[in-house]
Ligand binder design. Structure first.
Ligand SMILES: [Zn+2]
Length: 342
């Protein structure tokens, strides 16, 4: 008998008979269909497990990504916080530098004023309108007001302004240096001029008790010519040389008491009378401000004082214009201080 090929052309009938005697059901299926069922089931199972594995893998990957994202996000957050803090610090520094620039400007303006005063003191003319006027606020006193947060544009403006400010400060410092150098040279010249002229107050006291010129003589009560000035002083106070010079005469007579005569440059000489004592000798070379003796009341004198004379080519002149040369623009305490240092 010819062997039949498996499933070829065969069909199967499935009969379902209910136990309660109800109508039966009949299913017919070909062998091909019957053979395909397990293959389909296997294919479905394989697909389902593949999908399941893929889904598991995706979930795992998602978890890892979430973890990585959380880590990165934390790192970024702390980096942003750090950068924010750095920016705030920089902004604060910008404001502080701008304030410092203003402070330096204020102090430079003060120096400018001082330089102008020194120029005027040594006789350098000041160009019109060159006086520095500072419009800077005095922050040492109270400050206040509403609080407004500064914007980026404010900081940019501040930084731009600061660059200009430092450039201007640099230029101002250059000008100031030049002006001060010139003033220093002039001051040295002036000092030299003043040293050789009788411009130095010969006593601590600057109280003139009798002026140069015609006066009522204290002994005769009649008008008489007073050839110098009388400066009141305490007995024993030092008497100073009014200018650089050479002692030409020292001595005593009944009118002058103890006296000293010093010769200076340009035909000028000075006389110091009524001294309590003399501490120099003829021929001594003196510097302005050197002590030559002590205030006394020797000779034709009513009390302790210095009779001080200035002579131009042996003719007595009023000493005050000479003394005022040094006094002009110079505080009295500076002169007294200089004397006390000797
Ligand atoms: Zn006198």
């Amino acid at each position: 008998m010819k062997k039949k090929r498996l499933f070829s052309g065969s069909r199967y009938t499935f009969l379902v008979l209910p136990d309660d005697g109800g109508p039966s059901m009949r299913f017919r299926a070909s062998t091909v269909l019957l053979a395909a069922i397990p293959i389909l089931i296997l294919a479905l199972a394989a697909t389902a497990s593949t999908l399941y594995l893929l889904q598991e893998r995706s979930a795992w990957k998602m978890d890892r990504l979430h973890q990585q994202f959380d880590l990165s996000s934390g790192a970024y957050k702390s980096e942003i916080a750090y950068k924010d803090a750095s920016i705030r610090q920089l902004q604060k520094q910008v404001v502080e530098f701008a304030q410092q620039a203003e402070n330096v400007q204020t102090r430079l303006d003060q120096l400018d004023k001082l330089a102008s005063a020194m120029k005027s003191f040594v006789g350098i003319p000041e160009p019109a309108g060159s006086t520095v006027q500072s419009d800077k606020p005095d922050t040492e006193n109270g400050v206040g007001g509403e609080l407004f947060a500064a914007t980026d544009s404010d900081y940019r403006q501040l930084m731009d302004g600061m660059g200009e400010k430092y450039a201007s400060l640099d230029a101002q410092i250059g000008e100031l240096k030049e002006a001060l150098t010139r003033t220093h040279t002039e001051a040295q010249k002036k000092k030299q001029q003043l040293r050789v002229m009788p411009t130095f107050w010969p006593t601590y006291s600057q109280r003139i008790t009798s002026q140069f010129g015609v006066r009522i003589d204290p002994f005769t009560d009649n008008p008489a010519k007073h050839t110098g000035i009388d400066i009141a002083g305490s007995l024993g106070d030092p008497v100073f040389a009014a200018a650089d010079g050479t002692v030409t005469e020292t001595g005593y007579n009944s009118a002058r008491g103890n006296y000293v005569i010093i010769r200076h440059k340009q035909g000028i000489s000075t006389k110091y009378m009524h001294l309590f004592s003399i501490s120099v000798s003829k021929g001594d070379v003196l510097k302005q401000g050197d002590t030559i003796g002590k205030i006394g009341s020797t000779g034709r004198s009513t009390g302790p004082h210095l009779h001080f004379e200035v002579l131009e080519h042996d003719a007595p002149v009023d000493p005050k214009p000479y003394l005022n040369m040094a006094m002009k623009g110079m505080p009295i305490d500076v002169q007294v201080l200089e004397k006390r240092q000797d």
